[in-house]
Design a protein around this ligand. Sequence first.
Ligand SMILES: NC(=O)C1=CN([C@@H]2O[C@H](COP(=O)(O)OP(=O)(O)OC[C@H]3O[C@@H](n4cnc5c(N)ncnc54)[C@H](OP(=O)(O)O)[C@@H]3O)[C@@H](O)[C@H]2O)C=CC1
Ligand SMILES: O=C(O)[C@@H]1CCC=N1
Length: 270
Amino acid sequence: MSETLPDLLLIGCGKMGGAMLSGWLERGLSRAVVVEPYPASAAAFAGRASIVPDAASIPADFRPAAVILAIKPQEAPASLPAFARFAPGGALFVSIMAGRSVASMRAALGERAAVVRAMPNTPAAVRQGFTAAYAAPGVTDAQKALADALLQAVGEVAWVAEEDQINPVTAVSGGGPAYVFLLAEVLEKAAIEQGLPADLARRMARATVAGSGALLAASPQDAADLRKAVTSPKGTTERALNVLMEPDAWPALMSKAIAAATDRARELAG
Ligand SMILES: NC(=O)C1=CN([C@@H]2O[C@H](COP(=O)(O)OP(=O)(O)OC[C@H]3O[C@@H](n4cnc5c(N)ncnc54)[C@H](OP(=O)(O)O)[C@@H]3O)[C@@H](O)[C@H]2O)C=CC1
Ligand SMILES: O=C(O)[C@@H]1CCC=N1
């Protein structure tokens, strides 16, 4: 890829920050400085990014175009003030923290800080992420375009018009991969319960989830149509779906789960 992204400062190189950084490095970064107190997390990026343990160790001449906030939301009040010095220079802050509101970030970074709230997901690690983002008032078109380029480097991007919409996004696509992986786990367990060998059960569950995802990605059909294509009238799948789609079963449970996660995102606003 010939594109080059501008200088970035990544705060927190854990599971999600690391997944995004790998995509940005692949796309070509002028310079990346990573603040990560736990050296093992960032070790994979040694030689490709400058890894420092804290804000005080950021090179004095470094002027990032964007500062990516990828620490836990609960750590924001203590950690963010150390990065407020980048706001007056026009750096864009892109937060991927669940729940943390623009108002709470500006309380720590300065009221004029340019902030984008983004919610990616871990398939970003294989450039198949989905991110929804919200640009707070004051973010310029050029800053929004920069955020869009950063997020597009690791997958698909959608912009929302209202900040609160990021909270259900967090519940659905931010956490969504966990629900899909849980599906693989429970399919594997159910296969073993029906007498299949453990290694076959594992292979089947993984291949079925991955293959179905690939088919969904490649097909113009709705998920419901793809489901119906598997479900022969009076056949075996219909029996299983009758159980899964009972009034209190899957659809109702998923609605309850997404509501619980959305509520939790709102609790983390700060
Ligand atoms: N995991 C996911 O699927 C997604 C996560 N997110 C959001 O991304 C953020 C990070 O989540 P995730 O990657 O899972 O968490 P991780 O715990 O894996 O990553 C956070 C990293 O930040 C480090 N850290 C802690 N304090 C500081 C600091 N002051 N300066 C720099 N680094 C620091 C942590 O180090 P140490 O371990 O030593 O504390 C850790 O390595 C969260 O806000 C989460 O809501 C968003 C979308 C999806
Ligand atoms: O569970 C969390 O809080 C984060 C946000 C979305 C995915 N992981």
